[in-house]
Write a protein that binds this ligand. Structure first.
Ligand SMILES: Cc1cc2nc3c(=O)[nH]c(=O)nc-3n(C[C@H](O)[C@H](O)[C@H](O)COP(=O)(O)O)c2cc1C
Length: 210
């Protein structure tokens, strides 16, 4: 039995392509693995706070020395990290906004990339002092974009700060088993959008059934 963490980061609701497809992914997964459990968090429609001065102070203060103000600043981050650590599989919907991720997704990343919790800094190991702490997870990221052409060798590859960034930052904390599913062409006409959604659905059916 596995535990899934399902996150959506689009601020849209019914019109969101990524949201629709993460839902379909989790439904297909549940059909194939009925005993698995799911935690859902909507970081798109229920946005997380940005990192603050007190948050930074709390993250770098040993727990036993934190004041009530520092605990208050960091407790949500602790909950988000606990949620991530208790998941075996993460399913995340991420739109492309201005060639990168929406600010709500960035706020989530800033909350969960935490020294001492999701990575360690070991100064004695000068060659590679950063040690990931989030190990053994599988991640499925469903990206959505208005147009296409962001893949390797394609016209807009150089503008793609979305999936390379997500692969980099989640890899930094130890999540290296990441599969991307892209829904593209919302702004390129009904036909190319429909084709892209159909391809994403085929991928989802295969991945969820595994
Ligand atoms: C603020 C904003 C910025 C966007 N920037 C891009 C972009 O840089 N490249 C792109 O291909 N599409 C861009 N889009 C289009 C979205 O990626 C597209 O509508 C996607 O389907 C949104 O995800 P959702 O359907 O899950 O809400 C942008 C949309 C918005 C609202």
């Amino acid at each position: 039995m596995a535990h899934l963490l399902h996150l959506d980061s689009s601020p849209r609701d019914a019109r969101s392509r990524s949201r629709q497809l993460t839902r379909e992914f989790v439904e297909a997964w549940k059909q194939a693995h009925p005993a698995d459990t799911v935690t859902y968090r909507d970081i798109g429609r229920d946005p997380l706070p940005h990192v603050s001065k007190a948050w930074i102070a709390a993250a770098y203060t040993p727990p036993e020395q934190r004041s009530p103000e520092l605990w208050n600043a960091i407790h949500l981050s602790d909950r988000l990290v606990d949620e991530l650590l208790s998941a075996d599989i993460c399913v995340i919907g991420v739109p492309m906004y201005n060639f990168s991720v929406p600010s709500g997704m960035k706020a989530y990343i800033d909350q969960i990339v935490r020294i001492g919790r999701t990575f360690e800094f070991v100064p004695e190991e000068a060659e590679n002092p950063y040690k990931p702490l989030v190990l053994g997870k599988k991640m499925f990221i469903i990206t959505s974009r208005g147009i296409s052409g962001y893949g390797p060798g394609e016209k807009y590859e150089m503008l793609n700060y979305q999936d390379p960034y997500l692969r980099g930052v989640f890899g930094f904390i130890g999540i290296t088993d990441i599969t991307f599913i892209a829904v593209e062409n919302e702004e390129s006409g009904e036909r190319s959008l429909a084709e892209s959604i159909a391809n994403a659905r085929t991928q989802i059916a295969q991945l969820a059934a595994r």
